[in-house]
Structures are given as C-alpha cells and as structure tokens.
Design a protein around this ligand. Structure first.
Ligand code: MSP
Length: 641
C-alpha cells in the first residue's frame, strides 16, 4: 500500500462490496460513480485519499448459483469478479484497493476478528430457529417477517433450525443509541437514523453469525463445521483491506473511515451491526455512514426476473463514460430514490452536454481559430458583462465544495452549469461576429475570446471529479497542458497565448427518438430467477411409498347436488367401481370428463363431502389459474409407477 505524505489530511471512503451473483447493473454503478467522484474531488482538494471497493463472495446464494451452473463457487465468482473489474476499468473508477472476501488476506483476518470477539466474551453457541432469506443472506425472526415473506425483498423465506454461533448484539443497543445522540452526523440522511433508532428501541436480538448447512464461507476458527455468516465476513472488509489486525501501521494510517457509502437497504447492517462489531473489537468507529436511495425502474427495483435490468456497458458503449456519469450524478438527489428512464437520460445528455457544454467548447475554439488565428489573445478591455462572467467563474468552486460536503453531487454540477450557461449567454450578449466586422473593436473581440477560454479552463477543472476525460478533451482543445489544480479555479487570468486545436464535438447531439427505439430493441429478456418453491414440510420416501396410485376410467360425471364446486365421478379401476368427488366443477364440464383416464390415490381413507361418500382422490395439477388432469396411458386399475 502506498503511504502519502503524513501531513495531508486523510480521507477513506468505501462502497459496499457487491455480490458477484451476476453482472452488476446501473444501480451498483450509481453508487460506485458517486464514491469515485468524491474520491477524485478529495484528491483534487489535496487529501490523502484511500478509496476501497470489492466483492462479497461467500454465502448460500452464490453456492446455489454455482451448483446450478455446474461449476465450483470459486470458479463462478472468479468469472463474475473479472467482469466487474473490467467494468470499473472501462469506467476508469479510481479505487485504490479492491478487496475480494475470498482472498487469503481477508479470510485469515476475519478469523482473527472472530477470535477477538470470542475472547471478549461476545460470541456464544446456541440453537438457531428462525427464517432465512437466501437472496438477501439475512435471518429473520417470525415477528420480523411481513406476510410471511422477507421484509427487505418480499421473497419467500426458508425455515432454518440449527446449532449456530451468536454475537451479543443486544449488549450494544444503548451504546449505539448514544452514538446517534452524540454524533447525529454518523448516520445520514436523518430519516434513516430515525428508522434505526426505532429499530433498536424495539430491542436488539443477538445476531446469528454462523451456518453449518453449507460450506461456502470462512470457517469458524474454533469450530470448522461452521462457516461465518456472511455479514460478519462482509462488513469486516473495511478493516481487513487495511490490514487489521496484523498490520497496525497500514491500518492506523487510514482508519477510521470517513464515509461508508451504502444503499438504503443495507444501512441497518452498517449502522447497527458494524458499530457493534467495532465496539466489541475496541477500535474507533467510522465517522459516517451515508445511505443513498435506489434507482427505480417501472416503479420498482431492477430485477432480472422482470427483465428491466439496465446494463451500464450498453450505455457506455453508446454514449461514453462521462455522459453516463454526468447523468447519474446530475439527475438524482442523494439519499432519495429516483426513477431511471432512457428518455430522461437522453434529454439530459442532449440539453446539458451536447447543447450547453459541447456547444460552448466548439463555439469558443471555432471562433478563436477564426478571429485570432487559433491563439488565445489577451484581455485588455472590461465592461459589466465581462465582469459578471468573471465573478461567476471564480465563485463556483466554493459552492461546489459546500455541495460536496453534503454529497449533493447534483447541486455541485448545477452550480458548475450556471457558469457554462452564463458563458453561452455571454457569447450571445457580446455578439463576437459583429465585433469581428469592425476593426476598431478588435480589443473587445480579443477580450471576449480570452474570457470564454478562461471560463472554459475553469469549467474544465471544476468538472474533473465527475468527468475527467472531458476535462482532458477540453484542455487539449484549448492547448492547456500541465496538472489540473483546484486552486486554479480561484483566479481568472491564467491563460497565456495557448494555441487552440479544435477537435471533434465532445458530446454529439443525439436523435432521441432513434436512440429510444434502439435501446428498447436491445432490452434483455426477463430471466428466470431461482426462487425456491414454497412447500409443505418434507416427507420421507417411506411416507411416499404408502400411497397407492392407480389408473381410473371416469364412467360417469355429474354436479354435486349440494355444492357448486364439486363434481361427483364414478370411476372404474380394474373391475372395481367407486365414487370419487373432486372440487373441480369450475374447471371442467361433467360431460368432458367422461371417458378420461385419471390417476387416483386409491388408498386414501374415504370421506363424506356434503353428504356423499368419496373414496380416493383424483390427481389434478394446478398451474395457479386452473386445474389440468394429470395424464396417463396405462390401463384402468394398473399401478402407477
Ligand atoms: N454484499 C452486500 C453488501 C456488503 S457491504 C459490507 C450487498 N451487495 S449488493 O450487490 O446487493 O449491492 C448492494 C448495493 O448496490 C446497494 O447498497 C447499493 O449501493 C447498490 N445498488 C444495488 N441496486 C441498486 C439500485 N437499484 N439503485 C441504487 N443502488 C443500488 O448488498
């Protein structure tokens, strides 16, 4: 790990470590783009930044997907993680470290963390009984379920009962409430903190931290039958990546983290479990957990089963990294959910990038080439319009700094665009094409060209954290070389006869209708999700073998005289004839059943249904909407195998 100057203030920022269960989508990209913009902004402002991201690779879900694909979990995650790293490389995400929870450095450190918490007396073994949501890798108690489903994602949960290790989370509830009291900025936005307070006040339960029914995880060091439950494993990444506990020098350099940037659905883990773990380990707490909102599509979360997952690679291929990053950072308000639509995205790209910024660059460079032989001239005159442009230009940076303190990326960009739009208006007000016709106004024309180039120079620095490739393009066209320095936005007259070099349009105009149609055509097909069926309790083979299935021929069928839903069948099996009643009158007309061969559970105890005896049961399959006969080709009365 690099050590930068000790004198620089340090800034440690993290993203969640993503599950490599499938390729990442625009939602993950959104979070990483925000973290990257902040890391770049802080570096530019002179901080010693450490930006960590990575992947959370253990757990039942990954194991199940790998099994389905017929590969080992390690093979499976290796492939997905390499795709994730490619995506971040394409997007030039400036992380300093990428941690994978399957790396040896992480595995051994998590085991040391487990041992330390155990030695502290914070871990004990007991019996776990509850519900498990595999997609979320979360345990729930009966009372936490919503309509019997996972309260986070609404999917079915599975009953889980096993011996497990527990972390004494309940012990830390009061200290965490006190933390929120003393440092309200620890968890933002405020609404999330209030939710967490309520959650803690209802009483924290100890946390199950191991599983023994699958093995794709880090072994519990004192009991290798168990693997560590994924959240203890996952959360530890923020310190294992820094070297905790065996490399205190590296660790102390950047810890405590300044910001854990996470989606709102995992705020609970980061603002309750994580501080409790750190309290147990007696190490300082991170300064801030920030919960950002979700990007929603069609009013809900993106999901493969709905086929509405937005693939960042498609958008980057068509519009470029900077256009996508600009859109994500400009469109959405930090902390709130936002709706993603292609139309909103394309309009932003056209209005703000092609029209406002792109035009400003091409107009400025074209005019300097035309009126000044391509050399940026000096400014020797000044009127109110010039003064207004200059004042706005040098006052943007402090506003951006204030916005960035609040993670208000959209406001930071809006403040920069105030200058971009002012510069475009400046051209319209100055009418350089008229000045150019009058030799006596050459000084004014030069001033106009100089000021436009200066405004663009400042814009090129201001946008660096959010779209650094565009920074480079603008500077190349303006003939500016050298390092991008934040403090150079504070002064106006810095250009010195640079030679402009007009290039391609930095953001070509998009034909929105055409793009919409093409994006629609590229849309992925809904993908089946592997959600376990909701079943009755498991039965043994011996239970099953007690059932005697036979083939029956329906000789007669009529409606039950006293029940609308029931049909009364006379069924022949071998030479035996008997009456069987089924609740399928809504699905079949009696006459269409006569002559059908059906499978019958022949040894079911007889039962009276509305006064008539039913001896046995005809098998029907229900597809959620209607019943179908379970087909058969055997002779009447034959055993079904
Ligand atoms: N592995 C855990 C995190 C462990 S951190 C110690 C996990 N992984 S995840 O792959 O599900 O990624 C979750 C994060 O991705 C969210 O917290 C959020 O930052 C980002 N997003 C995933 N879908 C998103 C949207 N639809 N919208 C915005 N962000 C989203 O949870």
């Amino acid at each position: 790990m690099k050590y930068m100057s000790e004198k620089k203030e340090k800034y440690y920022i993290t993203t969640p470590i993503y599950y490599p269960s499938s390729n990442l989508h625009i939602g993950h990209t959104y979070c990483t783009v925000m973290a990257d913009a902040m890391a770049r902004f802080k570096r530019l402002s002179g901080y010693d930044v450490h930006f960590l991201t990575g992947t959370d690779e253990h757990g039942l879900k990954i194991q199940q997907i790998a099994d389905k694909e017929g590969v080992t979990p390690q093979e499976y995650v290796d492939k997905i993680v390499s795709g994730i790293k490619d995506l971040w490389a394409t997007m030039e995400i400036s992380y300093d470290d990428f941690i994978r929870t399957t790396e040896e450095r992480h595995v051994s450190r998590v085991q040391q963390i487990f041992n330390k918490m155990n030695e502290k007396g914070d871990i004990y073994k007991s019996e776990y009984e509850g519900w498990y949501c595999t997609p979320c890798e979360s345990f729930w108690t009966e009372s936490q379920l919503e309509d019997g489903k996972c309260p986070d994602c609404g999917r079915p949960v599975e009953k889980a009962q096993e011996e497990a290790y527990f972390f004494r989370l309940s012990k830390y509830g009061d200290r965490i409430l006190q933390l929120y009291e003393d440092h309200p900025e620890f968890l933002l936005p405020d609404s999330r903190r209030n939710e967490m307070k309520e959650f803690i006040k209802q009483g924290l339960e100890d946390l199950c931290i191991s599983r023994s029914t699958f093995d794709w995880g880090i072994q519990v060091p004192v009991d290798p039958k168990h693997v560590i439950y994924v959240w203890l494993d996952a959360l530890s990444n923020y310190i294992t990546a820094l070297g905790y506990p065996d490399d205190p020098e590296q660790f102390n350099h950047y810890w405590p983290a300044n910001v854990h940037l996470v989606g709102k659905e995992i705020v609970r883990f980061h603002s309750i479990i994580w501080p409790a773990m750190l309290m147990s380990l007696d190490i300082p707490l991170p300064k801030q957990v920030l919960g950002h909102g979700w990007l929603l599509i069609d009013g809900g979360k993106m999901s493969k089963s709905k086929g509405n997952v937005v693939d960042p690679v498609v958008l980057i291929d068509r519009y470029g990294i900077d256009a996508l990053k600009y859109f994500l950072l400009r469109e959405y308000t930090f902390g709130q959910d936002g709706i993603f639509t292609n139309e909103v995205m394309l309009k932003r790209m056209n209005f703000d990038l092609a029209n406002d910024l792109g035009n400003l660059v091409s107009r400025t460079t074209a005019m300097i080439e035309k009126y000044c032989d391509g050399i940026i001239p000096d400014a020797t005159t000044e009127d109110d319009i010039d003064r207004d442009l200059k004042e706005i230009a040098v006052s943007v940076a402090p506003k951006v700094e204030a916005d960035m303190d609040k993670f208000a990326f959209n406001m930071a960009l809006e403040n920069i665009w105030v200058l971009v739009r002012r510069a475009n208006k400046y051209i319209d007000e100055k009418t350089p094409w008229i000045l150019a016709k009058d030799e006596s106004r050459k000084a004014e024309l030069d001033t106009c060209m100089h000021n436009l180039a200066e405004a663009l120079r400042i814009v090129s620095i201001l946008i660096y954290p959010y779209m650094h490739t565009t920074t480079e393009k603008i500077r190349e066209q303006l003939g500016i070389s050298g390092e991008v320095k934040w403090e150079d936005t504070f002064t106006f007259d810095m250009l010195d006869h640079e030679k402009v070099c007009r290039g391609e349009a930095i953001f070509p105009r998009l034909d929105i209708e055409k793009e919409l149609a093409e994006l629609e055509a590229l849309k992925g097909k809904p993908e089946e999700e592997n959600v376990p069926l909701e079943l009755k309790p498991e039965i043994t083979y011996d239970d099953f073998a007690k059932i005697d299935f036979r083939v029956g021929l329906i000789e007669k069928a009529e409606k039950h005289p006293k029940a609308d839903k029931l049909l009364v069948f006379q069924v022949k099996m071998g030479t035996e004839r008997r009456q069987i009643i089924s609740g399928v009158a809504n699905y079949f007309k009696p006459e269409e059943m006569v002559g059908q061969k059906v499978i019958v559970v022949a040894n079911l105890a007889p039962r009276k249904l509305r006064g008539l005896e039913s001896k046995g049961m005809i098998m029907f399959a229900n597809n959620g909407e209607r019943y179908e006969i379970v087909g058969t080709i055997a002779e009447d009365g034959k055993v079904v195998e």
